[in-house]
Design a protein around this ligand. Structure first.
Ligand code: RIB
Length: 303
């Protein structure tokens, strides 16, 4: 592996997404016909690892699957993207994680996750050594909190930068804030964690300033079709999103995070990295499914 590649460890979930495309979502108590049913590799950890790898990073994934057909398929898919899966544990007696993803005609989705083997994810014995040789540790909230807690402490001790995607959102322990290099949150997560309303770039900036005051070094708030707001010690920048035909928004946030992190490791400023990430996410939402929709680096046009 050449040394100028960004080296990223993703600690996170692997899910088989059970995807239903519907004209409209069923209301409470209502039954609707779906147009299609598909099984597609996903999970926030897997998606972010794939986004990093397709954008040119050297990636290792730490996670867990069950000893079943879905687990094998998910691991094989990661290997095809050149991701090191030697720290993806395979457990007997528990099913691989899954997610029911309902996608509406306008491309928006609703997701319910069944953790399965993700609940058994743990750090390998060599974790500190692996992080010492890495630029970033990327984490989300589909992995048990105590495992994330230990992982963050190790990363902090060895000087590996932590990128946190607080999704699905839950409270961030206060001791974590100063250990977070980059926080990437959507408007809902930023609102929940800051206690402020976040609806546009202006309100996102106030929330981002709050996170910086807690000790986070860089903050990005993604705002869907409104783009993103980035803030670090050098100031803030606002990044509009290109107008595209939306097919499926699943994994757009994961694509954004993976592209941005890879570019940061290559020496881009936060604003430059976010510009690349927005272009990649725009490609992702024009395609269906989680991992199949994540673009290769060569597809992402220069901002
Ligand atoms: O971020 C999208 C992902 O969230 C899906 O692939 C699903 O598995 C859930 O983890």
């Amino acid at each position: 592996m050449s040394s100028n590649k960004t080296r990223i460890v993703v600690l996170g979930s692997l899910n088989m997404d059970v995807v239903l495309r519907c004209d409209t979502m069923p209301a409470r108590g209502e039954t609707v016909h779906a147009q299609s049913l598909s099984y597609i590799p996903g999970g926030k950890g897997g998606n972010q690892a794939v986004a990093c790898a397709r954008h040119g990073a050297q990636v290792a994934l730490v996670g867990a699957v069950g000893r079943d057909a879905h687990g094998e398929e998910l691991r094989n898919a990661l290997v095809l993207d050149g991701i090191d899966v030697s720290h993806v544990a395979v457990h007997d007696g528990v099913a691989t994680g899954s997610a029911v993803v309902m996608v509406e005609q306008d491309g928006s989705n609703r997701i319910a996750v069944i953790p399965g083997a993700n609940a058994l994810a743990d750090l390998p014995a060599s974790f500190a050594e692996t992080l010492k040789a890495s630029d970033f540790l990327v984490v989300q909230f589909e992995t048990p909190l105590d495992v994330l807690d230990r992982a963050m402490a190790v990363a902090h001790a060895v000087g590996c930068k932590v990128v946190l995607n607080p999704s699905p959102v839950k409270a961030v322990p206060s001791a974590w804030w100063p250990m977070i290099d980059t926080l990437v949150a959507n408007e809902h997560e930023a609102a929940e964690l800051s206690g402020m309303a976040v609806a546009d770039a202006h309100s996102a900036l106030a929330a981002a300033q709050h996170f910086l005051s807690q000790g986070v070094r860089r903050v990005v708030v993604t705002l869907g079709s409104q783009g993103a707001l980035a803030l670090d010690a050098s100031g803030h920048s606002v990044h509009p999103a290109p107008k595209v035909q939306v097919v499926d928004t699943t994994s757009a946030g994961d694509t954004f995070l993976g592209t941005m992190t890879t570019r940061l490791g290559e020496g881009c400023t936060l604003a430059q990295a976010v510009e690349w990430a927005i272009q990649a996410a725009a490609l992702c939402i024009g395609r269906a499914g989680a991992q199949p929709s994540i673009p290769q680096r060569s597809e992402v046009k220069a901002p």
